[in-house]
Design a protein around this ligand. Structure first.
Ligand code: DGT
Ligand code: CA
Ligand code: CA
Length: 574
């Protein structure tokens, strides 16, 4: 889909304009970019069906001038206005902006004063100590920039599952539409639901391999063909992703799928089990001497080596083999178990949609409840709400709930808030107001570079507030951008267990916080969790998919996750 490509350009245009101190336009572009990112229809289809006018109607925030630019991109693959902006200031905005602590304004200062155009330049001047003396920077910022660069390097070449998955689904569909394709499967880290992805691995059964390979290497948007063979080809798409396609024999499909799903560590462990039984396991099948005893079907393959079938998300050699041997695999949570979402932001917060629009989307998803948890006053850039506004918002929610009841709609909006944990561990909203809400989420949104002892103390102090129920994104990491803050996680778990507090699994594709290992640890200690979307747009409620995958990777079962409870039981739990 071109939606993402255009969204990316609009975000960049917004950054360039912000750099030039242009008013209003940046936020207009960002609004449309967000709308495009979460649009459930292909923008090209909208245009083909209804022309420029339809763009205006179906994508919120698109006016005449932006519609023209979308049209231009659909027709020519370029937006001249954007090209001009880039020419005027020849900097790698996207990459520079990915560094924690750098925004358009600072990027401009670095460009004007130190000629920084890209990450290489940035690293050079930071290492030479040239950034610290600049007005508005200082040595702390310089240190943070160097840290940010190091962090980015570590994750270079990996993509967020959330950014890659829509493309994968599209490619998969293109193959499914071919009559020569008998079967196609996505394997590798995507099938395992990993939070970041190195490349896309596809397996196909076909009787006409040559045709399939021709089709594959002529997919739209290819910038490089690494290899084209009879059974394996490999390409790069213009978004930067590599895709491997393998054609496998029908009789080996199960073993090939098992092998190429990985992980490598899981495969090695599985092969060892096979060997201990005098069997040989590889991508072609399971063999006793030279006789094939399994291979066409993955479930049978596992069975033949004496294991229960292991869900792909668990295949990391973290104890799943032993569990499968002993018939002790967990009954993993599924998306259909989720009954509602307690972390999302409304237009009260400068989010995209009204409370009612968010609620309608939640109903469409089959939820019984939706909790609105807007940011509170300390977070000025997010239009954080103060006590008065929270009370006023509560009245709006009461009104909507009354209306639902009258109309016989079995759905409830809950009154929440995501209050800030201040530096000293106190909250930025008075207890008296918190007591009027249905539940309270709390989270760290500032001063993230504290010592482990201080940060742990700070968070625990906040958790002790009697109205606080949920700790949002407990480690604060942002994938490819910043590391977790330093905390004594086990101590936080113990506190949660003691006080009956709930830790969040935040589903936002760049957060996924708690991560898989921490989820497993929390489960082991008997701490309850909640999978929330943190949506700022109604369609982002669907990000829950990624949180569920992460929860599954962390061995979570339905009983570990409180928003699998129906409304009444949830309210009791809160
Ligand atoms: P990625 O792409 O870095 O996110 O991670 P994967 O797991 O998709 O890794 P990839 O694409 O290199 O390979 C796909 C699967 O193929 C991998 O999960 C397991 C299997 N595989 C690849 N190389 C090896 C290997 O050297 N030994 C074994 N046992 N399996 C391998
Ligand atoms: Ca891969
Ligand atoms: Ca691969």
């Amino acid at each position: 889909m071109l939606n993402y490509e255009i969204a990316k350009i609009f975000y960049e245009i917004a950054d360039f304009l912000e750099m030039e101190n242009v008013q209003f336009k940046p936020s207009a572009y960002r609004k449309v970019a967000l709308a495009l990112e979460v649009l459930q229809k292909d923008i090209a289809d909208i245009y083909i069906e209804g022309g420029k006018k339809a763009l205006d109607k179906e994508v919120p925030g698109v006016g005449e001038s932006i519609a023209k630019k979308i049209e231009e991109y659909l027709k020519t693959g370029k937006i001249k206005y954007f090209e001009k902006l880039k020419k005027k200031t020849p900097i790698d905005m996207e990459k520079l902006n990915a560094i924690e602590g750098l925004g358009p304004k600072r990027i401009k200062a670095l460009y004007q004063q130190l000629n920084v155009e890209n990450l290489r330049d940035l690293e050079r001047v930071a290492k030479a100590g040239k950034i610290a003396p600049l007005f508005g920077f200082g040595s702390k910022t310089e240190k943070n920039i160097l840290q940010g660069l190091k962090f980015l390097k570590k994750s270079r070449g990996r993509f967020l599952l959330g950014e890659i998955l829509p493309k994968v689904k599209q490619i998969e569909q293109a193959f499914k539409n071919l009559k020569q394709v008998q079967k196609i499967s996505v394997a590798g880290s995507i099938r395992r639901g990993k939070e970041t992805i190195g490349d896309i691995d596809l397996l196909v059964i076909t009787k006409e391999p040559a045709k399939i390979m021709d089709f594959f290497v002529s997919l739209p948007g290819i910038i490089k063909i690494w290899a084209k063979g009879r059974t394996k080809s490999s390409i790069r798409l213009k978004q930067g992703f590599d895709v491997d396609l393998r054609i496998v024999a029908k009789k080996s499909y199960g073993s090939a799928l098992q092998y190429f799903t990985g992980s490598k560590e899981h495969n090695i462990a599985t092969r060892k089990i096979a060997m201990s039984k005098g069997l040989k396991l590889n991508e072609y099948g399971l063999f006793k001497q030279t006789k094939r005893i399994a291979g066409n079907n993955e479930k049978e393959l596992y069975k033949a080596v004496g294991l229960d079938w292991i869900p792909p998300e668990l295949r990391e050699d973290r104890g799943e083999i032993e569990a499968a041997l002993n018939r002790k695999l967990p009954q993993l949570i599924e998306q259909k178990d989720i009954k509602g979402d307690l972390h999302c932001h409304s237009s009260w917060n400068g989010g995209h949609d009204t409370i009612l629009e968010m609620a309608k989307k939640a109903m469409e998803m089959g939820y019984q409840y939706l909790g609105i948890s807007d940011h509170t006053k300390f977070l000025r850039i997010e239009n954080g709400l103060d006590e008065k506004q929270l009370i006023k918002q509560g009245k709006e929610i009461d009104g909507l709930n009354k209306r639902f009841k009258k109309q016989g709609i079995n759905f409830q909006i809950l009154k929440g808030a995501e209050v800030n944990i201040l530096k000293n561990g106190l909250l930025d909203i008075k207890d008296e107001t918190l007591s009027k809400l249905d539940y309270v989420i709390t989270g760290v949104h500032s001063n993230m570079k504290m010592s482990k002892i201080e940060m742990t103390k700070r968070i625990i102090r906040a958790m002790k507030n009697p109205y606080v129920k949920i700790l949002s994104h407990p480690t604060g990491r942002i994938l490819k951008r910043r590391d977790e803050y330093k905390i004594d996680f086990d101590k936080i778990l113990k506190t949660a267990k003691e006080l009956g507090k709930v830790l969040e699994i935040n589903s936002f594709p760049s957060r996924l916080d708690l991560n898989d290992k921490k989820i497993k640890r929390a489960k082991e200690l008997g701490v309850k969790m909640i999978i929330n979307s943190d949506a700022h747009h109604r369609n982002q409620l669907e990000y829950i998919e990624f949180g569920v995958l992460q929860a599954r990777r962390g061995w979570a079962e339905k009983k570990d996750i409180i928003n699998t409870l129906p409304l009444k039981k949830l309210m009791n739990a809160l």
